[in-house]
Write a protein that binds this ligand. Structure first.
Ligand code: PGA
Length: 276
């Protein structure tokens, strides 16, 4: 059974002191759980700023089998003169097993194009390296025996939604980003459907509209690309109040939570409410 992903995107928030305070509370709540059965269903993922990846890795400690670490971004080159960028090897050094790519803030504020995001996806699946693909069989980018799983963010802006073009908009984003894996089977892929108009606005998509969009993404990816495991998670104004309505939907495999993940008690409750 594929696990649901309950991911916290801290964005550019929290110093290491804040992180320590956060995890003192969060991990205490985890240790007070009388049963760890909720983790049969869900995996908790934290995406702190790069500066706190190692700190969070340390805080997760022995719970690393059900609490995982993600970066908020990566660069696709292996190393070199790319001031300010962070490579896959670097995030793996800090214990990451996931990497968010193509978040709408990266696209909107920092001008990341679908093509650039596609290159990052290609790098994660080993495209840029000589040992990446061998006669079409997946070998993967394997360092320390860990493979990074991408969390590829897509989502339409308000005009595309209002003009009823949201499916085409997202299909186009998927096509350019996933071009790197066209005709190659990959082991695991997570798509985060995050309508831009719902991010940080307090107005989430209606769960039934979200479900329809997730089903569309599922069918679209399955008919055009090959992956052993596909999860489609939702992001945009998830709270303690609406989480259950989303997690009840069959094609919603989890959530990517921004604002509401910044408080440890709130995020803990979101995770708890997510387990069936
Ligand atoms: P939000 O952010 O939960 O604050 O809307 C979600 C995201 O940007 O991933």
């Amino acid at each position: 059974m594929k696990k649901k992903i309950i991911a916290a995107n801290f964005k550019m928030n929290k110093t290491n002191k804040d992180i320590k305070d956060y995890f003192d509370i969060f991990m205490k709540k985890i240790s007070e759980l009388t049963s760890k059965k909720i983790f049969d269903d869900i995996e908790i993922v934290f995406a702190p700023p790069f500066t706190s990846l190692c700190e969070v890795h340390g805080a997760i400690g022995p719970h690393g089998n059900f609490i995982k670490l993600s970066s908020q971004n990566i660069y696709y080159e292996k190393s070199g003169a790319f001031t300010g960028e962070i490579s896959l090897d670097m995030i793996k050094d800090c214990g990451c097993v996931y990497a968010i790519i193509g978040h709408s803030e990266r696209r909107g504020i920092f001008g990341e194009s679908d093509e650039l995001i596609g290159r990052k996806l290609g790098a994660i699946y080993g495209h840029n390296y000589s040992y990446a693909y061998d006669n079409d069989s997946y070998k993967g980018y394997n360092y320390n025996n860990t493979r990074i799983i991408p969390i590829l963010c897509v989502g339409e802006h308000l005009i595309a939604r209002d003009e009823n073009r949201y499916e085409d908009f997202v299909a186009n984003q998927l096509n350019i980003a996933l071009n790197a894996i066209k005709g190659k089977k990959v082991p695991s892929l997570i798509i985060a459907y995050e309508p831009i108009w719902a991010i940080g606005t307090g107005t989430a998509i209606k769960p039934e509209d979200g479900e329809r969009m997730h089903e569309f993404i599922y069918n679209y990816v399955h008919s055009n690309y090959m992956t052993d495991e596909l999860r489609v998670i939702y992001g945009g104004s998830i709270t303690e109040l609406n989480i259950k309505d989303f997690m009840d939907k069959p094609h919603i495999d989890g959530v990517l939570v921004g604002g509401a993940s910044l408080d440890p008690s709130t995020f803990f409750n979101i995770a708890k409410l997510s387990a069936v």
